[in-house]
Design a protein around this ligand. Structure first.
Ligand SMILES: Cc1cc2nc3c(=O)[nH]c(=O)nc-3n(C[C@H](O)[C@H](O)[C@H](O)COP(=O)(O)OP(=O)(O)OC[C@H]3O[C@@H](n4cnc5c(N)ncnc54)[C@H](O)[C@@H]3O)c2cc1C
Length: 515
């Protein structure tokens, strides 16, 4: 995958590296797709693929239904070899391919390519090993997030990354998106819980990245692949870390007059040195939606609720939990409910985790936005967001991971009403601009995908983006793996970075080269 030239003997100038002429332009089009279909069918039979247009439409979008493209062909990967055969055929015929797990992504990352293959890994559902003695499990990419916890639980372990979609999203998707969740504040994102992956490269080779040893020499290629949104290859197996179940868990739900007050309580708790396992805020609109769906009975009159969960050794948890209660009271909590048992804790989390879907009960359409700000800017950004909503007349519900400043504004609209979609999209874009203005990011955990590619230049310079492209090209010089995602404009690997104005600064500095 690397193509650097070795330096010449001292005093001589090494030969310039050959410029790669990417095979991207050499797509065989419809004939290529037919050739891939024939290869897969011949090797694995008719039920390894879909070609019927009606059936293909089932896969036209992921969780972001605003973008729809009917794939040219759907191939089901059931084994690593099957995935490798399909990818090799794509490589041979210049056919783009898009990996898809459960299709719950919210940034259009698994949006199909009209002339490409949608490679579905959802049927690779085997848990290959559970090794509590090594605190790890080996799973295929289609295994559902919560199933990993399910197989680890009898041994006293669980899988820590917990996206709200954990009942349906797949480990392959989690790895590709570097997914997070409420408990990632304390335990870290998916990247902190993946020890190694088996991956089919865009050329169709099977490679293993990472190591089960604590550290590996050389470049962190595993770290590069985690979060790369299917643009560097197809993950066919993952070795994930299992975390020991904590001795004690305490959960509270505190009502506040406003999100401002709830935000202040968050800062007070973390500022006091308490690191909760999770600390989440829901505003009035989000509570209204969740209440309609799962009847949590939020404190009457509260304009926002804060959920605080503390876990760890029992003695430490008791002390920290008492401290969290006191700090909520001092920050103006109007009510505090403490979960008495697992059932009450589960109800609190059910309300929080169902909030996205529940918003459908109070609005026909909504955009799930995902941005990050420094936690200390929470109050200011939430106030600015409210001003945006008031001025535009577009309602914005907020439910978010307050501890790490990961916002999930839900922009509500009625697509059936003239101009509302455009207004909602405008507000949604302005919210991202707010995040950036406060030193934040255009995405916290849902990825860039198709949806946010256009926002990347607001966060990164052209040189930054070119440098990222060099990394991508090292894996996928043909540009066949999930093309059109992440980057605002597709650039061929053979193209000279720097928008035609000269060599890339990294080339000038002698630390990178076009290959
Ligand atoms: C109600 C709801 C709540 C959500 N809550 C959260 C949350 O709290 N935190 C969070 O982070 N996300 C959340 N998400 C987003 C989504 O569930 C995650 O991004 C999840 O990891 C996607 O997994 P998936 O299997 O559905 O992947 P898909 O949607 O199928 O694909 C997502 C991306 O991964 C790539 N991909 C999939 N499988 C592979 C593979 N085997 N190899 C290489 N690339 C692959 C795809 O090409 C695509 O780019 C939520 C979504 C919904 C609908």
């Amino acid at each position: 995958m690397t193509t650097s030239t070795s330096p010449g003997p001292k005093g001589t100038v090494p030969e310039p590296p050959p410029v790669n002429v990417a095979p991207q332009a050499r797509s065989d089009g419809a004939a290529g797709l037919r050739a891939v279909a024939d290869t897969v069918r011949a090797a694995y039979g008719d039920d390894a693929l879909l070609t019927d247009r009606q059936q293909l439409r089932t896969y036209e979008c992921d969780g972001l239904a605003a973008y729809r493209v009917v794939p040219g062909l759907v191939v089901f990967g059931r084994t690593t070899e099957q995935v490798a055969t399909a990818v090799r055929a794509c490589h041979e015929h210049g056919v783009p391919f898009v990996a898809r797990g459960s299709g719950t992504g919210l940034s259009g990352g698994a949006l199909p390519h009209a002339e490409g293959v949608l490679l579905v890994t959802a049927q690779m559902r085997d848990v290959l090993a559970v090794r509590p003695e090594d605190e790890r499990a080996v799973v295929q990419p289609g295994v559902i997030n919560l199933e990993v916890t399910g197989v680890a639980a009898p041994h006293g372990y669980y899988f820590a990354p917990d996206p709200s979609s954990q009942q349906v999203c797949s480990i392959g998707g989690n790895v590709a998106e570097n997914s997070g969740g409420a408990h990632c504040l304390k335990y870290g994102f998916t990247t902190n819980h993946v020890l190694s992956v088996e991956m089919v490269t865009p050329q169709g080779d099977v490679e293993r990245l990472g190591t089960v040893a604590p550290d590996a020499p050389g470049y962190d290629l595993l770290g590069t692949v985690v979060g790369s949104e299917g643009t560097l290859g197809v993950v066919t197996e993952a070795t994930v870390r299992l975390v020991r179940r904590p001795e004690a868990v305490r959960t509270l739900l505190a009502g506040f007059e406003s999100t401002d007050a709830a935000g202040a309580a968050t800062s007070a708790i973390i500022g006091a040195g308490v690191l909760p396992a999770a600390i989440e805020i829901m505003d009035g609109l989000a509570m209204e939606a969740a209440e309609a769906a799962v009847h949590v009975q939020y404190p009457a009159g509260a304009g926002a609720v804060l959920i605080v969960e503390v876990d760890g050794p029992a003695a430490e948890v008791e002390a920290e939990f008492d401290q969290a209660i006191r700090l909520c009271e001092e920050s103006g909590a109007v009510a505090i409910q403490v979960a008495a048992d697992d059932t009450e804790r589960a109800l609190i989390w059910k309300g929080r985790k169902s909030a996205f879907a529940a918003v459908g009960r109070i609005s026909p359409d909504y955009i799930v936005q995902d941005g990050v700000i420094p936690r200390t800017a929470l109050s200011e950004v939430l106030r600015d967001m409210k001003r945006l909503a008031d001025e535009s007349g577009v309602r914005v519900a907020n439910v978010f991971h307050a501890g790490d400043g990961n916002l999930h504004p839900l922009v509500l609209f009625d697509g059936g009403r003239q101009g509302e979609t455009e207004r909602a999209e405008e507000v949604s874009a302005q919210i991202l601009a707010l995040c950036l203005a406060h030193g934040g990011s255009i995405t916290g955990e849902h990825g860039v995908g198709s949806d946010k590619a256009k926002h990347m230049p607001k966060m990164f310079t052209a040189d930054d983006l070119d440098t990222m492209q060099l990394v991508r090209c090292a894996f996928d010089p043909g540009g066949l793996a999930n093309p059109g995602k992440i980057f605002p404009t597709p650039r061929l690997c053979g193209e000279r970075p720097g928008r035609g104005t000269g060599p890339h600064p990294l080339q000038q500095a002698g630390v990178a080269e076009v290959f």
